[in-house]
Structure formats: C-alpha cells, structure tokens
Ligand binder design. Sequence first.
Ligand SMILES: *[C@@H]1O[C@H](CO)[C@@H](O)[C@H](O)[C@H]1NC(C)=O
Ligand SMILES: *[C@@H]1O[C@H](CO)[C@@H](O)[C@H](O)[C@H]1NC(C)=O
Ligand SMILES: *[C@@H]1O[C@H](CO)[C@@H](O)[C@H](O)[C@H]1NC(C)=O
Ligand SMILES: *[C@@H]1O[C@H](CO)[C@@H](O)[C@H](O)[C@H]1NC(C)=O
Ligand SMILES: *[C@@H]1O[C@H](CO)[C@@H](O)[C@H](O)[C@H]1NC(C)=O
Ligand SMILES: *[C@@H]1O[C@H](CO)[C@@H](O)[C@H](O)[C@H]1NC(C)=O
Ligand SMILES: *[C@@H]1O[C@H](CO)[C@@H](O)[C@H](O)[C@H]1NC(C)=O
Ligand SMILES: *[C@@H]1O[C@H](CO)[C@@H](O)[C@H](O)[C@H]1NC(C)=O
Ligand SMILES: *[C@@H]1O[C@H](CO)[C@@H](O)[C@H](O)[C@H]1NC(C)=O
Ligand SMILES: *[C@@H]1O[C@H](CO)[C@@H](O)[C@H](O)[C@H]1NC(C)=O
Ligand SMILES: *[C@@H]1O[C@H](CO)[C@@H](O)[C@H](O)[C@H]1NC(C)=O
Ligand SMILES: *[C@@H]1O[C@H](CO)[C@@H](O)[C@H](O)[C@H]1NC(C)=O
Length: 769
Amino acid sequence: MERHVKRVPLHFLFVLVWFLFTLSVKSMSMKRSSYIIHMNGSHMPKAFSTPHNWYVSMINNSLQFASPTLLDNHKPQPSLLYTYNNVLHGFSDVLTLDELEALKKYPGFISAYIDTTITLETTHTPSFLSLDVSNGIWNVSNYGKDIIIGILDTGVWPESPSFNDKGISAGVLSKWNGSCEGGEDFNSSMCNGKIIGVRYFNKGMKGFIDPSKIISKDSARDDIGHGTQVASIAAGNYVDEVSYFGYAKGTAVGIAPHARLAIYKVSWNEVSRTSDTVSGLRQAIDDGVDVINISFATKVTLPLYEDAIAAASFSAMEKGIVVVAAAGNKGPNDDTVSNGIPWVLTVTASTIDRWFAGSLIFGNGETISGWSMFPGETILQNLSLVYKRATLSSCTSLELYNVKDKIIMCDSGNFTDQIDSIAKSNASGAIIVSDIAILRQNQDIRRFPCPCVVISSKEARVVMSYINMENNDSPMVTMNFKQTFTKTKPAPTVAYYASRGPSLSFPYNLKPDIMAPGSWVLAAWVPNIPVTHTGFKTNLYSSYIINSGTSLACPHVAGVVALLKAAHPNWSTTAIISAIITSADKFDNTFSPIQDYNSHFASPFDMGAGHINPNKALNPGLVYDATPQDFVNLLCSKFSEEQVFTITTRNCSNPSPDFNYPSFLSFYSDRKASFVHTFQRTVTNVGEGAATYEAKVVPVPLYTIVEVSPMTLVFQKKYEQRSYNVTITYKGMLRDQEFTYGELVWVDKTRKYKVSSPIVVHPRVEGVF
Ligand SMILES: *[C@@H]1O[C@H](CO)[C@@H](O)[C@H](O)[C@H]1NC(C)=O
Ligand SMILES: *[C@@H]1O[C@H](CO)[C@@H](O)[C@H](O)[C@H]1NC(C)=O
Ligand SMILES: *[C@@H]1O[C@H](CO)[C@@H](O)[C@H](O)[C@H]1NC(C)=O
Ligand SMILES: *[C@@H]1O[C@H](CO)[C@@H](O)[C@H](O)[C@H]1NC(C)=O
Ligand SMILES: *[C@@H]1O[C@H](CO)[C@@H](O)[C@H](O)[C@H]1NC(C)=O
Ligand SMILES: *[C@@H]1O[C@H](CO)[C@@H](O)[C@H](O)[C@H]1NC(C)=O
Ligand SMILES: *[C@@H]1O[C@H](CO)[C@@H](O)[C@H](O)[C@H]1NC(C)=O
Ligand SMILES: *[C@@H]1O[C@H](CO)[C@@H](O)[C@H](O)[C@H]1NC(C)=O
Ligand SMILES: *[C@@H]1O[C@H](CO)[C@@H](O)[C@H](O)[C@H]1NC(C)=O
Ligand SMILES: *[C@@H]1O[C@H](CO)[C@@H](O)[C@H](O)[C@H]1NC(C)=O
Ligand SMILES: *[C@@H]1O[C@H](CO)[C@@H](O)[C@H](O)[C@H]1NC(C)=O
Ligand SMILES: *[C@@H]1O[C@H](CO)[C@@H](O)[C@H](O)[C@H]1NC(C)=O
C-alpha cells in the first residue's frame, strides 16, 4: 500500500525555531574536547620540516580565535595530544569549538571527529539516551534499585560479568515470591543480587517436537545468546574494559544497572511455543516481577481474542505490571507490526550515533576512514594496491589472478559474495566501494570475514586519482581496523528492518508506541557460541556482541520502565506508558525531524510517538491514566462479548471506541467523505503544584481542522485532573490511501513541560478479524 505523507511546512518552521532557541543556549559553553583531526599531507607548506611542526603552528594560530575569557583566566590551552604519521595522517588535539572552526579553515583540513577511544559507556546507548549519574532519572531512581524485570527469552548465561551484583544489596526483597530453579548446568549458587530468579518452561516445546530430535537440556542456561543480550541491555551492571574485538571499547552498562533480573527460559533451539511463553508470563506475575518483556511474537498476526499473549499480558496489567514487547523486524513494509496489543508497550528500533571504521592511508599520505567491522588482528602496512576495471573489479573470481599480498579495490557486485570471495583468496585485504548507508541497515553486518574497508563512490574517486597519478608505478596503502566514532549524524533514524504500523491485529490504537536504540547495540553474549568468523574456517568467540533488531530496542524500554517504577512507585501501568509516550523526542541530533531509513520524515506508523527520552519521561508534567476497564470498554466496541471475555475475563458494560490514551486515530472509509470525530481525554497533573497548560496543534494534519476545547487547562495542585475534547474535522481531500498526521502538544506556561500526542487520519485498515 502506497502512502504519501505531507506536512505543513510553516508550522514546522515554528517548532524548529523553538527548539533551536533552547539548544543554542547550551552550545555556548566553552568546553574543550579532544578531537582526531585528519589533514591532507600534500598541503604541508615547505617551511615545515615535519608534520608535527606544522600541526603545532596551526594550533598556536588557532588560539587567536579562542574566546578572550578563556585566555584571560589561564584555562588549559589547546594541546597536541598525539601526532599520527603512520597510523593516521593527522593529529589528536584538545580544542574548543571556536578553535576547531579555525582549524577547519586551514588548507589541507579533511575532517575532525570527536575522540571517543576513552568513552565510559561501551553500550553507549545509556549516554545516547543522556543517562547521567548526577542528574535525571538514573539519579532519582537510584539506577532502578529493587525493581524486578522479568525476562522471557532464551535463558541466561549467569557467569557473564554483566550480571555481577556489585552495589546491589544481597537481601531478599519482600515482594519477591520466585526462586532459582535453573535445572541442569545450573545451581542456586548462580543466582545473586542481580539474577534473583531463574526458571524454564519447555513442556510446550517437548509436546511439539519428536523426542528423538530434542537436543536442549532441561535447563534455563542460554544456548542461543539472545536472552543474555537482552538481559544485559535492560539491567546489566557496570563492567570495565569491554569491547567487541576492539570496537566499541569502554565500560558496559545496562539501562537500569541496579534493577534485579528474573529469568524465564521459554524459547528453545527446537521451537518456541506460545504455551511455554504464557506459562512463563503467568509464573512471572505470581513471582512478583514489576516489568515483563515478552520474548516472541506469534508468527502469524492473530486477532487479540486468539492471542494468548494478549490475555496473559492483560492480567499482568491488572496487577500493575508493565509489559514491553518488540514491534518485530519485518520492515520497512506497512502493516507489519507485531504485538499490537493496546495494553502492551510496543517498541520499534532506531539507529544510534556510533560508527565502526577502518582507515586507509595511501602512499601519498592521504587518509580515508571507511566502514569496517573486521575482527582480526591483521596489520597491513604499505601493501601494493591494485585495481583493474572489468576483470578484478567485481572481486568474485579472484583465483584467476595473482593477488597474493596485495590489497585489491572492488567497485561493483554483491557485498556478501565479495567479502566471502576475498576472505577465501590470497589477497591481503580489499577496499570495497558500496553504498554504506544501505549496507549498514543490513542486520547481519557483523559478518566481516575479510580485512576489508568499505568506502563510498565519492571517496573511490580520490583513490582512483591516487592510483592514476603520474609516476605512481607502485600505489601503496596501509589499512588499520577497530576504530570507533560517536556523535555521527543524523541519529536517531528509524531502522530499515523495523516493522511498521498500523497493527492488523487491532488497528484502533497507534502502534508501534515508541522507538528506542536497536542498531549496533553492544550486549553480553554467551562465550561458547561464535559471534563471527574470519576467513572461512576460524570461528571467533566473545563475551560481548554487537547486534541489531527490535528485540534489542525492547530491553532499553524495559530498563526505562524499571527506572520510572523506582522513581514513581505508585504510578499505574498506563501512567508509565503515558509518560514515555508524551515525552518522546521528535528531533534528531541535527535538530531536524527524525527521518526514516530513506531520509524521509518518519511518521507515527514508523516510530510511534518518537524516540524515548528517559529524563523527560521522569517528569512528564501530565499523564493520561486509564484503568483496565477502559481497555475492556474499547474491546467491547469492536468484539463480541464472548471474545472480550476470552481476553479479559470481564463482561462488557459500557462499550466505547475512545479511551484515555495519549494518541488520536481517526479512520476514513471513503476518502472523499468529510467527517467530524470527537475524542474525550482526561489528564492528571503530576508536576510539582499549580500549573497552566495551553494546547497547540503543530503541525495540523493536512486537510483537517483540529479544535481543542478548552484550549487552556488550569491546575491548582498536584494530582488534580482536567478533561478536554479534541474535534477533528476532515475535509475529504486526501488522495487514495493517503494518510496525514500531526501533533497535539500541551505546553505549560513555564515551558518546562511539553506533553505531546500524535494525531493520525488514516484509511480504514482491514484487520484480521
Ligand atoms: C589532498 O590535496 C591534494 C592537492 O591539493 C588534492 O589533489 C587531493 O584531492 C586532496 N585529498 C583529499 C582527500 O582531500
Ligand atoms: C607556539 O607557541 C609557543 C608559545 O606560545 C612557542 O613557544 C612555540 O615556539 C610556538 N610554536 C610554533 C611552531 O610556532
Ligand atoms: C545524585 O546526584 C547527586 C549530586 O548531584 C549525588 O550526590 C548523589 O549521590 C546522586 N545519587 C545517586 C543515586 O547517584
Ligand atoms: C554450583 O556450581 C558451581 C559452579 O559450577 C560449583 O562450584 C558449585 O560447587 C555448585 N554447587 C552445588 C551445590 O552444586
Ligand atoms: C507465590 O507463588 C506461589 C507458587 O508459584 C503461588 O501459588 C502464590 O500465589 C504466589 N504468591 C503471590 C503473592 O503471588
Ligand atoms: C610505509 O611507507 C611510508 C612512506 O613511504 C614510510 O614512511 C613507512 O616507514 C613505511 N612503513 C613500513 C612499515 O614500511
Ligand atoms: C593462493 O596462492 C597459491 C600459490 O601461492 C595457489 O596455489 C593457490 O591456488 C592460491 N589460492 C587462491 C584461492 O587463489
Ligand atoms: C547476494 O548474494 C547472496 C548469495 O550469494 C544472496 O543471498 C543475496 O540475496 C545477494 N544480495 C543481493 C543484494 O543481491
Ligand atoms: C523483550 O521482548 C522482545 C520481543 O518482544 C524480545 O526480543 C526481547 O528479547 C525481550 N527482552 C527482554 C529484556 O526480555
Ligand atoms: C500517588 O499517590 C498520591 C498520594 O500518595 C495520590 O494522591 C496519587 O493519586 C497517586 N498517583 C497516581 C498516579 O496514582
Ligand atoms: C459475565 O456474564 C456472564 C453471563 O453472560 C455471567 O455468567 C458472569 O457472571 C459475568 N461475569 C462477571 C465477572 O460479571
Ligand atoms: C466533551 O464533549 C462531550 C460530549 O460532546 C461533552 O459532554 C463534554 O462536556 C465535553 N467536555 C469538555 C471538557 O468540553
């Protein structure tokens, strides 16, 4: 289904100005940061005997651009940290932004990256989400202290360093009713203050599989790796000196490092059955967990009344447990989202601002940083570089040529085939020209068996002009691997593979709900399953892995829910979901609206309400609270009484298609027919006291009038509630299958809080029921 989205540009401008204003105040800081600066060696003036002297002089000169206050106060001056002649042509330096700007004007300047080799969070996503020890939600929630996250997945590798219990009191939590029963290969000494419970559920699997084919033990030990990853992302404790073969080096930490974990192995090598998942879920409820993350979506889209997970998660919600689930990896097509259950927080995946690189230093000193995840220890210095159009350039029949001890350049072909062919060949390494943006969207990109660096076709032209230089009989190149850069832009963007809404199992509330980091995430791994290989034979093992998928986004949200539960113990499930949804970010690190993988603006069906912002979710200002009965009333308006009873074990009394949720969905059956659709909402003031909020609709969905009544909400004190109505008048002008969207934002007078809800006008979706 083809959909075209249009937004009203003028309104956007307004939002942009507002954001830029608040941000520009922060960027005036004169903080020095260290950068790695790449210079084009051929621009070095003859007056300098060595590159080092050239760099020192440049830095001396850049000082005149420094702010006078910096100089007057004898603050640390810019200083040259390292000069790289062999490894990188350039240097590393400690500079202010002004000084950096001055350096950029130098002839020969190529690029500058902020230096992150000493970064403190390897998982990096906590810092990407601005989690900070002295401010905000980590501080207030005490890192999720004593909240129990139930993980229904492939089990756990309890010996992983991420599950240490340093800083967590060993005492038993009074609310905890579970136990440590991991089965074979497990004993109770493997539980600690971090992993407080372990169980496994395999009866469904055993009933389904021919007994002679079952290899899994009766054990909660993770023999797949998935569960260990997600547990470490949600609640891994601090571990120093972690990396994936040198990439993403630093300290690893999860989102809620002081939360506890209860592990339920429900997913098996042979098969994963809903029955095992549902009994795990029910057990988790009895055991007293606070947050549940369901591991698997059913393969086919089921109506809610046939989805056992919908029913089990409904009882979890009734007990105040927040259930978080992944949207799935069936994108980027529409209507692919899984777990479209109204009371479950459905999570989609974003890319983050981190880049893994290998560098190329050519014989003339030119340097290019390309993309690489080659895990080996190979050092390739001053090797001969060959490129032969038409014969060698596809790099697939390399056995026909003498490429021994050479670096070859490949400029066309199937990437998967190329890396395998190069790995098998006698070539020392390769430069592959490809569309990096598209390759990076690929989920399996950890497979990097050859010493190869991927560059763009623009960079390839620079390489070609070096190879074709006059008097260049023997082009040479040096390759280095294992480089990590952060703060790349734009980020976040919606990941290519992430499933898109609307949900076919129940289209009447917006899915997915929220987006969280899911691409290139570093997480704990089981040490006996290879993470990748070099060449064709050598399997490589690691305690940490880099991976992508909505299942890696999901535990980020489970971790944030744990932090919110610790900070606000008496908030309902829906209050927590509301806080996460209404505070989500709509803008990326270039201050533009978040983009989809194809550089178009992302719609609510791509990213839900936006990218999760844990510190803002801590203090959302207002929350939309709903009771389990409100969800029942919603179901009653769509399903028969019997069907509703199957899901909720409650009867219908007051059917209503509208319920108190922070999003507005309006469907049309006939795009040419105008209509008026009214929604009623009630918000609760969870800010510090009296407050006045004003409604803004920015942008207004195309061809609609959106009226909010009243436009101002006045609260005298905390926990007071106010109601308002939203009326959407659609003028019947969208084209076939088009949808349009906008946003209602309640802004308080002090501008401290912005409470946003997506508005979507959409063609009626044929659900599965
Ligand atoms: C380096 O400088 C030379 C000479 O000006 C130029 O031909 C070349 O393209 C430059 N390389 C890069 C990567 O900018
Ligand atoms: C840079 O400045 C320092 C003092 O400001 C001076 O001692 C040094 O000689 C200068 N170096 C160059 C290469 O200009
Ligand atoms: C919160 O931050 C303050 C300083 O801003 C610090 O003294 C306190 O220890 C922090 N609390 C936690 C739990 O980290
Ligand atoms: C539990 O397992 C650990 C590690 O394998 C072992 O050292 C310990 O003796 C076992 N304890 C019991 C009670 O079996
Ligand atoms: C504790 O667990 C037992 C057995 O799983 C269960 O019967 C009981 O209801 C649970 N208690 C609570 C308070 O949930
Ligand atoms: C590589 O070549 C450069 C420039 O020709 C030279 O300075 C350097 O020493 C060489 N490195 C090795 C390891 O041969
Ligand atoms: C590698 O080189 C050796 C000889 O040096 C040759 O026998 C072999 O076939 C080559 N392998 C490939 C895959 O080209
Ligand atoms: C590349 O080749 C592999 C098999 O060799 C195939 O599975 C894959 O779909 C191909 N990729 C593209 C983009 O054609
Ligand atoms: C959460 O659920 C998703 C799928 O819904 C799963 O892939 C992921 O492993 C789970 N994470 C945790 C922390 O249980
Ligand atoms: C939390 O507790 C306060 C007072 O203890 C109560 O007034 C308020 O309604 C509760 N908040 C929520 C969201 O349930
Ligand atoms: C629901 O309705 C059925 C009859 O349709 C009745 O037997 C049952 O007691 C009702 N249950 C509740 C919880 O009200
Ligand atoms: C919202 O609309 C309903 C029904 O039209 C009306 O009864 C109610 O008073 C309105 N509420 C507000 C706050 O305007």
